[in-house]
Structure formats: structure tokens, C-alpha cells
Write a protein that binds this ligand. Sequence first.
Ligand SMILES: *[C@@H]1O[C@H](CO)[C@@H](O)[C@H](O)[C@H]1NC(C)=O
Ligand SMILES: *[C@@H]1O[C@H](CO)[C@@H](O)[C@H](O)[C@H]1NC(C)=O
Ligand SMILES: *[C@@H]1O[C@H](CO)[C@@H](O)[C@H](O)[C@H]1NC(C)=O
Ligand SMILES: *[C@@H]1O[C@H](CO)[C@@H](O)[C@H](O)[C@H]1NC(C)=O
Length: 251
Amino acid sequence: MEINLLHIYIFSSLIFLLRMELSLAADTITPETFIRDGEKLVSSSQRFELGFFSPRNSKNRYLGVWYKKIPDTVVWVANRNSPIFNPNTALTFSNNGNLVLLSQRNGIIWSSNMSRKAENPIAQLLDTGNLVIRDNSSGHTTESYLWQSFDYPTDSLLEGMKLGWDLKNGLERYLSSWESTDDPSPGNFTFRLVIQVIPKLCAYNGSVEYTCTGPWNGVAFGAAPTYTSFLYEQVLVQSKDEISFWYESYN
Ligand SMILES: *[C@@H]1O[C@H](CO)[C@@H](O)[C@H](O)[C@H]1NC(C)=O
Ligand SMILES: *[C@@H]1O[C@H](CO)[C@@H](O)[C@H](O)[C@H]1NC(C)=O
Ligand SMILES: *[C@@H]1O[C@H](CO)[C@@H](O)[C@H](O)[C@H]1NC(C)=O
Ligand SMILES: *[C@@H]1O[C@H](CO)[C@@H](O)[C@H](O)[C@H]1NC(C)=O
């Protein structure tokens, strides 16, 4: 009942909204704006786009982030478990301050599910490919995110994105393969930071270890040819708040 009322409310307001703000700040969604299928957010340096897409041979629609120059390279999928079947779907803020995919027929298809409520939430697609939600009320620093897509990786580890544990929230961030090229729902393969005496990175097929790097040697993981250490600095942090691995460019 609540969801129905909410989505009737939002859809009837959408019809009357002028969407001027979107053209002024095309990397941002506020409670007054939304994007529909066919519309996009573009990060400030035009590196990443967020919008609706269908995988190769599928008609299902998903909300995702991809490189603007290589749109086939989808690096993040929001609703990977709940495809959109109804073209009348928008990405917007719900009354409780969550970013939601709202379908006219099916109500809320996907939600950022934040526990904390923001007074003035805004969602922004950053040039790193990270979709972040922060509170734009005065007194809130831009760096403290209420939610970020980097905490919910799909199958791509972008620069600056962390693998491992956020110990404050008990959240493990790991990659999981698409089920198939036509279906972004989680497949059998995962890629995780493993802490057994000395950390290493491992790929699993279901619960079976598939392949691992050598252990962390203080600078890099041993025998990990996929990490081009001359291009990127590899970082491993073990503190009371997190056990994380990420990579970033030198400079
Ligand atoms: C959000 O929470 C609902 C209810 O707990 C759950 O069914 C849904 O899967 C969650 N969505 C995401 C994207 O985590
Ligand atoms: C964020 O807040 C500032 C100051 O109130 C305002 O100027 C700016 O337009 C807001 N940004 C968005 C995207 O609403
Ligand atoms: C995933 O694993 C299940 C059972 O463990 C298996 O039946 C299925 O074929 C696997 N899928 C792929 C794409 O390998
Ligand atoms: C992964 O495991 C499944 C069984 O669970 C197996 O059928 C499949 O061949 C395995 N995939 C690879 C690439 O080893």
C-alpha cells in the first residue's frame, strides 16, 4: 500500500516537473530530478556514463555504469538481480531519501537501501566511475558518502575501488562474474581478498578455490601478471576499520 501510494505520488509529480536542473548538472540527481530509460548521467570529465542498457542478446533493461568511449564495457550494474521489464522506469529519490529504480507498474525495483536518512540527498557520478550519495546540507563534507557503488562491486575493479572488508559495517567487497554475457546476475566466479596469515587475492568457482596470486610482499602480490606494477601502485591496508586492497596510479 505504502509503495503503491509512493510511486503514484512520485509518478504524478514527475509528469509536472521541469527538468531544467538535469541539463545544468548532468552528473547529478537530486530529489527534484530523475533519469528515465534513454537518459544518462555523464561524469564531469566525460569518462563514465550511467544509464539504462540491455546486455548483448537480452531485452531486459539494467541500470549500469560504463566507459563513455567504450559503452560495451559495463563496469557496474545496480539491479543485477532484478531486471527491468517495464520501459516506464526512472532512477530517482524516494521519500525516505533512498536512490531507487521506480517502475510505474512494479514499484521499487532496486534501492540503495541506506539506513541513514539524508536531509538533502544528492547522487553524483564521479569521474572515477563511483556513483555516490551524499547529504548536500550545510555542514556535511563532500567526502563523506552515505552510500557508494564502489561498496557493491559487480565484476570490475576500477582504480581506487577497494576489495576486502569494511570492518565498521561488516561489509565484504568482492567481485562476482556475470552469470553469462546476456545476464549480469551473479555467476559462479568470485574474486576476493583472502586473509590467511599473509593476504592474497583468489578467484573462486562457487566455493572452490580456482586460482590465487602469490602472497602480498609489501609492495605487490607475488606472481600476479595482471597487475602492471609500473603503471599502478598497489595498496594494502590493515587497520581496525578495514582490511582492503586497491590500486591507484602513481602521482
Ligand atoms: C534492499 O532491501 C530489501 C528488503 O530488505 C531487499 O529485498 C533488497 O534485496 C535490497 N536491495 C538491495 C539492492 O540490496
Ligand atoms: C548543494 O548545496 C549548495 C549550497 O546550498 C547549492 O548551491 C548546490 O546547488 C547544491 N547542489 C545540488 C546538486 O543540489
Ligand atoms: C555454476 O555452478 C552450478 C552448480 O555448482 C552449475 O550447475 C552451473 O553449470 C555453473 N554455471 C556455470 C556458468 O559454470
Ligand atoms: C566451475 O564449477 C562447475 C561445477 O560447480 C563446473 O561445472 C565448471 O566447469 C567449473 N568451471 C571452470 C571454468 O572450471
